[in-house]
Design a protein around this ligand. Structure first.
Ligand code: HEM
Length: 520
């Protein structure tokens, strides 16, 4: 007590009961006003509609069925542009209205930029939330996104154009040779080799010679297994937490961990080391030369994200292009006529920069992508906090996603949306990348997502899709086998990608004497 004796004496009067009561009332009023202001900003004025047939514990699981894109589209037709679906303990919010989706994913971009991660992705694949596709905006994502934006910018992709044209040539030749050998071909493997070669060339400077190349076989298997392990079907515990215990005791978690450690990471480490020794440029060398401060683990997850994102998406789209070309012979004739006119006048195949001379091909590609989006639910995001939009509140922790199948059939956005009609795009030929980053009213389709988490590979994708489709159609006709037309209706959902059923068609070499090369 004595040590504070030098402090001036303050005469503190004891507060009266009346003062205490007044202060308490004021404090209560203040808290009430703050609470009401907070609630007001997040007050749902409308309840997000939920489809019927929601059962305890399972939610809507049994009502969704096999073709979930169609079921959820029917629910949207019935209940409106935003839906709340329950699967187990998880709330999923689906949106099918373009302007509402734009508002949520682009305008409210800072609030909606978190990714939903499955158990495998969170605990094994991302090695501590590294990489780009599944990392969170408050973590590694920003650094990875800067690398992606530079690596896949149109100017950078220009450096790989010749390579992409050569791979397109090779793909067309493989499909024709396969048909000549076996009388018909299921194109999946050749499409995988094509898209994988472009991804590995950019990442590691590496191209695989053939489907039999042992490194290709390993890469392709690792890629496929990672995609499947990352999907919701293999991560039941994200929806039913009790399964976590079963997964642990059944050894599922251990096997996932071993797959990542012994197969995935070992192979990617090998690809990275080889990339450093290879002639020419590649992403790993660029990162090394620029003293990029990313660790080896970050490089593994980043290059794996780029390879995973850039292969199946291209193969699925090209598969649908092939199917629709086959099932609509009149459309096929128009595509072929347009390419032949170009080739006759230039004596070579069209380059991507000359794409506007092939308006019908561009329109066909856009229409296929509208009609059969590969990622029908995009890459789902997660509400980190409650998000208010148009009077609805998307609750914290909900997984939310666009419903692209249903959005692309929205009659307020597309005329006669259920018809397959490439001509609808003849007056919207700008690149899909430009459309994806432009105003919502001017968008062609929504396959590349929105805003800051939109697909950084959109330009590369468009170059790949255009040049390979044109290279195939410049050389051959696509015809059905004696078993009939391929099935253009059924979709098979494998870890978010909507594949067609396996199918066979004939790639029959065309009997004309026009050049089929890129340079004359
Ligand atoms: C037709 C082919 C493709 C389609 C339809 C597609 C579609 C998408 C979609 C819907 C997203 C999520 C967007 C969002 O959340 O708003 C995405 C993300 C991503 N895509 Fe693509 N993609 C394709 C090809 C590629 C290619 C060739 C690459 C090459 C590297 C790539 C790299 C990525 C990456 C890294 C992300 C994650 C971005 C982030 O989370 O910040 N994609 N893609």
């Amino acid at each position: 007590m004595e040590s504070v004796a030098f402090l001036p004496r303050i005469n503190i009067k004891k507060p009266s009961l009346r003062t205490i009561a007044a202060a308490t009332v004021l404090l209560c009023v203040y808290i009430a006003i703050r609470r009401s202001l907070k609630n007001k900003s997040l007050k749902a004025t409308k309840e997000i509609p939920s489809p019927p047939s929601c059962y305890p514990i399972f939610g809507h699981l049994f009502s969704i069925g096999n073709m979930l894109d169609r079921t959820i589209a029917d629910w949207h037709d019935e209940l409106g542009p935003i839906l709340k679906i329950k699967v187990g303990s998880r709330t999923i919010v689906s949106i099918n209205e373009p302007k509402l989706a734009h508002k949520l994913f682009a305008s409210l971009g800072t609030k909606s930029a978190f990714r939903f991660q499955t158990d495998f992705v969170r605990n094994h694949y991302t090695l501590g939330e590294k990489g780009i596709a599944f990392s969170q905006p408050d973590g590694y994502w920003k650094k990875s996104r800067t690398i992606a934006s530079a690596a896949f910018a149109p100017k950078q992709i220009e450096k790989y154009m010749d390579f992409i044209y050569q791979e397109s040539d090779q793909l067309a030749n493989n499909l024709i040779e396969g048909t000549e050998k076996e009388s018909s071909v299921c194109p999946f493997d050749y499409l995988d080799l094509f898209s994988m070669n472009i991804a590995t060339k950019i990442n590691f400077g590496k191209r695989f010679e053939s489907l039999q190349d042992p490194d290709y076989i390993t890469m392709s298997e690792i890629n496929k297994s990672s995609v499947i392990l990352a999907g919701s079907a293999k991560n039941t515990c994200d929806f039913f937490p009790a399964f976590s215990v079963i997964d642990f005791f059944s050894g599922k978690k251990f096997r996932a961990k071993q797959f990542i450690k012994l197969h995935h990471n070992t192979f990617y480490r090998y690809m990275i080391q080889e990339a450093r020794l290879r002639e020419g440029t590649n992403l790993i060398k660029v990162l090394d030369e620029n003293n990029c401060d990313s660790t080896e683990d970050e490089r593994i997850v980043l290059t794996s994200d780029f390879t995973g994102a850039g292969t199946d998406s291209i193969s699925v789209n090209l598969s649908w292009f092939i199917i629709f070309t086959c099932v609509y012979p009149q459309i096929q004739l128009k595509v072929i006529d347009e390419i032949d006119i170009f080739v006759r006048s230039h004596q070579r195949l069209p380059l991507f920069k000359e794409r506007l001379e092939l308006p019908y091909c561009i329109s066909f590609i856009k229409e296929c992508m509208r009609f059969r989006p590969n990622l029908v639910f995009g890459l789902p995001r997660k509400a980190y906090h409650d998000i208010e939009i148009d009077g609805y509140v998307i609750p914290k922790d909900a997984m939310f996603m666009p419903n692209l199948y249903s959005m692309h059939r929205n009659p307020t956005f597309y005329n006669n949306p259920k018809a397959f009609f490439p001509e609808r795009y003849l007056d919207n030929l700008r690149t899909m990348q430009a459309a994806a980053n432009g105003r919502v009213e001017k968008r062609d389709h929504f396959n590349f997502g929105w805003g800051r988490r939109g697909c950084p590979g959109s330009y590369l994708s468009e170059v790949e899709l255009f040049s390979s489709y044109v290279a195939i159609m410049a050389r051959c006709r696509i015809e059905p086998t004696s078993d009939g037309m391929p099935d253009s209706e059924t979709t098979v959902n494998i870890a978010l990608n909507n594949w067609p059923l396996p199918f066979k068609v004939k790639f029959t070499k065309r009997a004309n004497s026009l050049p089929t090369e890129y340079d004359n």
